[in-house]
Write a protein that binds this ligand. Sequence first.
Ligand SMILES: NC(=O)c1ccc[n+]([C@@H]2O[C@H](COP(=O)([O-])OP(=O)(O)OC[C@H]3O[C@@H](n4cnc5c(N)ncnc54)[C@H](O)[C@@H]3O)[C@@H](O)[C@H]2O)c1
Length: 316
Amino acid sequence: MGKKVTVVGAGFYGSTTAQRLAEYDIFDTVVLTDIVEGKPEGLALDLNQSRPVEGFETKVVGATTGPNGEGYEAIEGSDVVIITAGLPRKPGMSRMDLLGVNAKIVRQVSENVAKYAPNAVVIVVSNPLDEMTALAQIATQFPKNRVLGQAGMLDTARFTHFVAETLSVKIGDVQTLTLGSHGDTMVPVPSRCTVNGKPLAELLPADKIEELVTRTRNGGAEVVALLKTGSAYYAPSAAAARMAKAVAEDSGAVMPVCAWVDGEYGISGVYLGVEAEIGAEGVRRVVETKLTDSELAGLKEAAEAVRAKQADVADL
Ligand SMILES: NC(=O)c1ccc[n+]([C@@H]2O[C@H](COP(=O)([O-])OP(=O)(O)OC[C@H]3O[C@@H](n4cnc5c(N)ncnc54)[C@H](O)[C@@H]3O)[C@@H](O)[C@H]2O)c1
């Protein structure tokens, strides 16, 4: 049987993710759901009509869902579920300002996912990301490796873009990495940044690297401030779709994701941005990379910051 992937939430993030997944042409079915009646069905119809032009066979199914799980039959048998349901930021808001309202949404969605797609790998993108990932695991009661969040791929992609742009080099020549939280305690890892294999520190002065690190940390807010009515979705959807592809293909790709950390880096019992090997079971293992003392200190600081917040989500 072919693979089935569901995207919950047919807003900007969800609809662009569904499009990317369909255009990969590796799934039998992409299901798109939302609580706004007709929106997922309309987008699915539109996406299906692009099939002859783009030349993919994957079918897109749209389903409106209700507060008591109505319509969730559509997600049955999903191998992967991406949760994008929830409010995005407005200018001036931090991701944490979304905690209360998105926790209600993510809990309700997660309970229905557990009921209708009990074997799925869940990829969370709703913000605040680290907390919503922890909440989805609590609400689904899935094994921790089967619930992960998308943040590091996006933050790393932003860092890479800024480095490539600054040095006027090809995107493909640049390697960067960010770990930690999807927020103030994001940990860009300059020691793992290279351009054509050369350390970034040999190509740019420290203050310029610091400037790019700061811009990366504020990468989401920069887009929000320009759009004024929502947050980024092209780069975010690219990241989530690649994670779902790695699960569907059981590829073993190593990606920066929000994963359950249990002893790695001397950190335990928290969802945190780390590199992980992704396969059919979700996170196969967390991959530790060599960090400088200050980068490791930053990661530990991020772990403690999100640990405190994640402890509270069980009650939301
Ligand atoms: N992790 C990341 O890197 C990252 C990046 C960008 C955005 N985000 C987050 O992703 C989320 C979605 O962003 P967006 O731009 O698509 O917002 P959006 O407002 O365009 O779409 C959100 C959609 O969720 C739907 N929804 C609300 N409650 C629902 C429920 N119970 N079940 C199903 N659908 C429901 C809404 O009707 C809406 O269509 C936000 O929380 C945003 O902050 C995360």
